[in-house]
Design a protein around this ligand. Structure first.
Ligand code: MLT
Length: 237
């Protein structure tokens, strides 16, 4: 079996219909979705645009819908929750429906939606998402959301973490060149992920906005078992 890695959703040119896909936006969209799923959200509807999110919430038309997300890491006016995983507590999300739009993460999920199976990965659930993907027994493509169409080191390190867990389950797997690179980077940086990400564009943007605690939270490894899965427009455990 093979593991391929794509640095951005836009760089995926092949048909993913025969692949199990794991979308990664470690800072912060998939970390938010993993946390919300772990904390009991009913389901999440990812959409590309703010207006679509508002329309969708209106169509769903009930008090239990939460409008969630960000633009350029900032809260969206009138939305209930931003893209900080710290806000997605059990008290806030259990039993509720989220409609979510983010700058890169939700768009990457929607671009990969034709995959045979589509899971969401983060450092938080690296081992759990690796197990879910491996159980399906197909070739795996990990698709990073990236940042504004560009390579983002946080996603690559997170992919390296997931690849290391996949190899623990089965060491005989073909890795493409980028998957190898991600694994090597992860192996050399895993002792201090926060320090290794210093200076990276998105990390520094979050720091400048005072979101250091979000970074710290998202870099915790294997602390959640939830594996969000996208099926027919809806993400649930
Ligand atoms: C995104 O989807 O672009 C990110 O999750 C941005 C963020 O950290 O808010």
């Amino acid at each position: 079996m093979a593991i391929e890695l794509y640095a951005t959703a836009g760089s995926v040119e092949k048909d993913l219909r025969n692949h199990v896909v794991i979308v990664v936006d470690a800072l912060r969209a998939t970390s938010v979705m993993v946390t919300a799923t772990q904390n009991g959200v009913r389901f999440i509807i990812p959409v590309s645009e703010v207006e679509e999110a508002v329309d969708m919430a209106r169509q769903l038309g009930n008090q239990r819908v939460l409008l969630c997300g960000e633009r350029q890491a900032l809260p969206i006016p009138e939305f209930h929750l931003s893209n900080s995983p710290l806000e997605y507590t059990p008290e806030m999300v259990a039993g509720r429906v989220m409609v979510m739009t983010t700058t890169n993460g939700t768009r990457a999920i929607l671009r990969a939606k034709d995959a045979r199976s589509l899971y969401l990965g983060a450092f938080l659930n690296a081992a759990a998402v690796a197990r879910a993907a491996r159980e399906s027994g197909e070739n795996i493509a990990i698709v990073c959301a990236g940042t504004n169409g560009k390579f983002s080191l946080d996603d690559i390190l997170c992919s390296g973490a997931i690849i290391s867990r996949l190899l623990e389950l089965d060491e005989n797997q073909y890795l493409d060149d980028l998957a190898r690179t991600a694994l090597t980077l992860y192996d050399s940086y895993k002792g201090d992920l926060r320090a290794s990400l210093a200076g990276c564009t998105h990390v520094e943007r979050l720091r400048a906005l005072g979101l250091e605690e979000d970074i710290r939270f998202c870099l915790q490894e294997d602390v959640m078992d939830a594996v969000p899965r996208y099926v027919d427009g809806v993400i649930r455990a």
